[in-house]
Design a protein around this ligand. Structure first.
Ligand SMILES: Cc1cc2nc3c(=O)[nH]c(=O)nc-3n(C[C@H](O)[C@H](O)[C@H](O)COP(=O)(O)OP(=O)(O)OC[C@H]3O[C@@H](n4cnc5c(N)ncnc54)[C@H](O)[C@@H]3O)c2cc1C
Length: 416
């Protein structure tokens, strides 16, 4: 029996580690593919800009990880999946067959404005190192302008980290954070936005909300109202979009019993899974006896998936794209895979319920060497807007605590 995992970020790695814990190599072969040789702890990327984290601390060796978990590692980009033939195809023409498959290829940066791709970014570790080098190369003998575009979690973390760094090191830099929505952290409850905005304001960060960027160039950042923000260093933090592989693999599957089955994606292009985290319809069956079938399953975890639960009269719960959520998701899927492999006839039992949803965030926001912000909102059970106001708790916590927690899962997988 062979499990293939596409993508070995935090989600894919947690699947490998947790399945292997339950099933030794003689019962299950595991093969994991990733285009990168080293995986990244993206939560540490803002800290690379200020030198608080090193590239070594933020990366994990995938070959070593695979060896430690008795798994095969193929360092190639996956270009296609044939769900009829149960084959994963790579850029080098390799075809890897699977019995069960987990898609854990994450998301992609959304460079939605002309020139955004040419700005700095911290999406990959290499981007973050390049951005740090560019910052270090600036001449700080005169005042400089730094513009961060996008005030989601990444943009806010960068503004928090840099404002703290420039103050500590006595550099005269004006940091501007630009956001097209009416408040920073627009995905999170308002209490969180205003709490974090106050911290940034105290540090002198200028926040331009309801402000759309139309173009980024060497001359600066062009705004919709015609203003041009002068910038010596522009960082794009405009969010993520569905992985381009989804469009390639989203083909009709031909099932011998059910006919043609459409590929499950959400309206906005993310993978859509059912409560056990399987990609609906991508399962295949072998008849092994009178009315008895073996089921070969396809699961998806982490950022690649949009997991939404909508209940009448209650707020929509969309799982947040965070490391701990990917971890939690992967652990549930690992339990389901172990259930299937221990007995074909056993029903799946483990349902993934996002704890960390946009309406009930539980996040830690690094904001420099001195402090960070903790947001707690309980778990994403049924909640009404009124309840959320009561439940959301935001407070300052120590920078050490934030760092320990944000990199905890990554360290356990790749550094121990
Ligand atoms: C700048 C930044 C800062 C962040 N900060 C935090 C934070 O402070 N706290 C937090 O909880 N979360 C944070 N996140 C979010 C967090 O990193 C993600 O939610 C988490 O990494 C998702 O895990 P994943 O395994 O689904 O995807 P990823 O970690 O993105 O892993 C996907 C893997 O798939 C591989 N892959 C992709 N395409 C292919 C392909 N075609 N073939 C083979 N391999 C492929 C990639 O190389 C990668 O290794 C941050 C994200 C960013 C971008």
């Amino acid at each position: 029996m062979k499990l293939v995992v596409v993508g070995c970020g935090i989600g894919g790695a947690e699947v490998v580690a947790n399945v292997r814990k339950r099933l030794p190599k003689k019962e299950l072969e595991i093969c994991v593919l990733d285009q990168r040789a080293n995986t990244q702890c993206k939560a540490l990327h803002p800290l690379i800009l200020s030198g608080r984290a090193t590239p070594e601390e933020a990366s994990g060796d995938l070959k070593r990880f695979a060896e430690a978990h008795d798994a095969e590692f193929i360092n190639e980009r996956v270009e296609d999946v044939d769900f009829d033939e149960r084959l994963v195809k790579t850029e080098k023409g390799r075809e890897v067959s699977y019995d069960h498959l987990v898609l854990a290829f994450g998301a992609e940066p959304d460079f939605s404005v002309p020139g955004a791709e040419g700005a700095h970014s911290i999406y990959t570790l290499e981007d973050a190192v390049r951005a740090k080098n560019a910052l270090d190369a600036l001449d700080f003998s005169k005042e400089r302008d730094v513009v961060v575009v996008g005030a989601g979690l990444t943009g806010v973390e960068v503004a928090g980290e840099l404002s703290d760094f420039f103050t500590r090191t006595g550099k005269k830099v004006k940091v501007t954070l630009v956001e097209k929505e009416s408040r920073i952290l627009p995905e999170l409850p308002e209490e969180v936005s205003s709490f974090v905005a106050n911290i940034l304001k105290e540090r002198g960060v200028e926040m331009l909300t309801s402000t759309k960027v139309t173009e980024i160039s060497d001359a600066g950042v062009m705004l919709e109202d015609g203003r041009m923000l002068s910038s010596d260093f522009t960082l794009w933090a405009g969010g993520v979009k569905p992985h381009s592989l989804i469009k390639t693999i989203a083909r009709v599957k031909r099932d011998p019993y059910l006919g043609e089955i459409g590929f499950p994606v959400t309206e906005d292009g993310w993978l859509r899974v059912e409560p056990f985290s399987r990609l609906m319809g991508m399962t295949s069956f072998d008849e092994v006896g009178e009315g008895e079938y073996k089921e070969y399953m396809v699961f998806a975890v982490g950022d690649a998936v949009k997991f939404e639960v909508v209940e009448p009269d209650f707020l929509e719960r969309v799982s947040m794209k965070t490391m701990d959520e990917a971890e939690r998701h992967a652990k549930t899927v690992a339990k389901n895979i172990a259930t299937v492999l221990k007995g074909w006839t056993k029903p799946l039992r483990h349902i993934y319920i996002p704890k960390n949803a946009t309406v009930t965030p539980n996040v830690l926001i690094p904001m420099g060497e001195r402090e960070g912000v903790e947001v707690r909102c309980g778990s994403a059970k049924r909640v009404s807007p009124r309840e959320i106001r009561r439940k959301v708790k935001v407070r300052k916590v120590s920078a050490e605590r934030v760092r320990k927690e944000v990199e905890g899962g990554f360290k356990a997988l790749f550094k121990e």
